[in-house]
Design a protein around this ligand. Structure first.
Ligand code: GLA
Length: 388
């Protein structure tokens, strides 16, 4: 982290002249342990923040000019707050900070001009939420510079709004929420309807969370994601006609779903079944962890993958291969896809002594079959965003 702070400070000085009045913020990426595609169904999720971050240096300007420099791309954008903030299709990375400033203005926050430089250690396109971390870093930096009053859950919703309505990705609130509220040593059980949360100590003993990046990101991620949302909504319509208290899939159980099966296309039925069973698996996982039953937690991770693969259909050949190979390694208690899907990463619950074997067996075999080098990341649960 010290290194990244030095690098971003140096880059800031180079681009903007000096470092007077600088605020430095870090905001982490995340890995979701379990609870996939449940957040936008008012359900439960169970992510942890990871030790890979966006590190941002920012300061105010006396005028209305905003200048944002992306150190990793060596690109800069500049625009004036006197004009409406516009989407930039030439510098797509800039739409995350732009979107946050736009959402703050929409919320009635009076902004001043600013200078920002940032860099990141979260592998891009990995599904570890580098974009949510960039939004969160911007929001926390601007909050510090301007001093507006927002609770952290409110800030998470604001960043989600930026992504939904400015960037155009209809994500749920999980990624922004965990990037703001993560805590070292804890995973976070979030109720995405009420935004109530509970920090659950991640006491894994000799076990570790191993994240394996497949190195693939399939096209259509966003359109398939938005389509899944619509499929869930049409499932809710059928359920609500029969059971009026159902407002979201969170309110339904398998019995209700069975009662409506005849009135649903088979694909809608499968999508609903995933979400309903996944919500149950999150709560069971938390109970297993509280009871120190890692074997059970691992089984639930495996079941989650199978459900995402068969019912929700958001996995892909490369990820399925990584999961199959991982499950053959002795000491792996569970392996599943994590994040939005169609590539990205797997999350594995693995004995510390088995990590060597994982890298020796899974990675070469994966490379042999796909021609792609997968990457392994071991991370403990990290803190959420902070001013450094
Ligand atoms: C993406 C979205 C999240 C969540 C996951 C799937 O990461 O940004 O809101 O829906 O997919 O669980």
């Amino acid at each position: 982290m010290k290194r990244e702070v030095a690098m971003v400070t140096e880059a800031f000085a180079k681009v903007f002249g000096d470092t007077d009045g600088l605020t430095i913020v870090r905001a982490p990426g995340r890995v979701n342990l379990i609870g996939e595609h449940t957040d936008y169904n008012d359900g439960y999720v169970f992510p942890m923040a990871i030790g890979y971050d966006i590190v941002m240096a920012a300061r105010k300007r006396p005028d209305q000019l905003v200048r944002i420099h992306a150190c990793d791309y060596e690109r800069m954008v500049a625009f004036s707050l006197a004009e409406p903030i516009a989407y930039d299709s030439e510098e797509p990375w800039s739409n995350y900070p732009r979107g946050v400033l736009w959402a703050l203005q929409e919320a009635g926050v009076k902004l001043s001009g600013m200078e920002i430089a940032f860099l990141g250690t979260i592998p891009q396109g990995s599904g570890l939420s580098s974009s949510a971390a960039l939004e969160v870093a911007t929001a926390v930096a601007v909050k510090h510079l301007t001093g507006f009053e927002f609770t952290l859950p409110e800030l998470a919703l604001l960043c989600q709004r930026a992504e939904n309505y400015f960037v155009g990705m209809k994500c749920g609130v999980m990624d922004q929420f965990i990037s703001l509220l993560g805590r070292e040593g804890y995973a976070l059980l979030i109720d995405c309807r009420t935004l109530a949360y509970e920090r659950i100590p991640l006491e894994l003993g000799d076990y570790r969370i191993l994240v394996c990046h497949s190195g693939v990101k399939h096209r259509l991620v966003d359109s398939e994601y938005n389509r899944r949302r619509q499929e869930c909504e049409s499932g809710v319509q059928v359920l609500a006609a029969e059971f009026p208290p159902v407002r979201a899939l969170r309110d339904a159980d398998l019995e209700m779903l069975a009662a409506c099966r005849e009135r649903m296309a088979p694909v809608i039925y499968k999508r609903c079944r995933h979400v309903i069973t996944e919500n149950e698996r999150v709560l069971k996982s938390v109970a297993a962890l509280k009871a120190g039953d890692l074997k059970r937690f691992g089984e639930l991770l495996n079941q989650s993958h199978d459900s995402l693969q068969q019912d929700y259909e958001v996995s892909c050949a490369e990820i399925d291969l990584l999961v199959t190979l991982a499950r053959k390694v002795e000491g792996v208690l569970g392996a599943r896809i994590t994040g939005g899907g169609f590539g990205g990463c797997t999350v594995n619950l693995i004995h510390a002594d088995a990590i060597g074997e994982f890298t020796r067996r899974v990675l070469p075999e994966y490379h042999k079959q796909t021609g792609i080098e997968a990457q392994v990341y071991i991370s403990t649960a990290a803190n959420g965003a902070e001013i450094l």
